[in-house]
Design a protein around this ligand. Structure first.
Ligand SMILES: CC(C)(COP(=O)(O)OP(=O)(O)OC[C@H]1O[C@@H](n2cnc3c(N)ncnc32)[C@H](O)[C@@H]1OP(=O)(O)O)[C@@H](O)C(=O)NCCC(=O)NCCS
Length: 153
């Protein structure tokens, strides 16, 4: 196994035991991070599907991704990877897994909104076929625009 490669991680369903790690991932990833309570609330939603990327050796959750199934639409709810573990293919693997799961569950498209300045996320989304469908000016903290994107599944 190559140290640092995506194969050093396994994907697992989101679990309460991972929340301490994921609170850190949130704080390191977003200006308005999800709280512990927000992350835990995803476990109670029957329309939510979240997976974590867990480091095979340490057992730490280094990132997570989730979507909400609304009829035949999968709405990407969150995606984040701890900065120390980025650029190893973890984000791509998490998102590809969410897209495959949504397809299996009968969704025909995935939609999302992303900060206009989130260069890494925008590049990842484009590489997986997402295309912009609109924009919400001053959406985040009353300042940064949200780009709306969609792809067929
Ligand atoms: C977006 C994010 C999840 C990507 O995670 P990651 O594990 O680093 O992603 P990967 O290593 O799988 O990279 C996948 C692709 O993302 C793009 N990408 C990742 N980091 C990038 C960077 N710093 N600059 C430009 N493109 C980047 C590339 O297209 C990359 O593909 P490549 O490696 O073949 O060039 C991560 O940067 C992150 O958590 N960002 C902060 C939170 C965020 O913006 N989330 C999106 C919310 S909508």
């Amino acid at each position: 196994m190559t140290v640092g490669a995506a194969s050093a991680f396994r994907l697992e369903p989101l679990a309460a035991a991972q929340v301490d790690d994921l609170v850190v991932v949130e704080k390191e990833s977003f200006p308005s991070p999800w709280t512990r309570r927000q992350i835990l609330s995803e476990l109670d939603k029957d329309y939510a599907r979240f997976e974590s990327a867990v480091h095979s050796e340490t057992g730490n959750a280094v990132g997570y991704c989730g979507y909400w199934k609304v009829e035949s639409e999968a709405q990407l709810a969150n995606l984040a990877v701890h900065p120390a573990w980025r650029r190893r293919g973890v984000g791509r693997r998490l998102l590809e897994s969410a897209m495959a799961d949504a397809r299996r569950r009968g969704c025909d498209r995935m939609t999302l909104e992303v900060r206009a300045g989130a260069v890494a996320a925008l590049s990842l989304y484009r590489s997986l076929g997402f295309r912009p469908t609109g924009e919400r000016p001053r959406y985040y903290e009353g300042r940064e625009a949200a780009v709306l994107m969609e792809t067929r599944l």
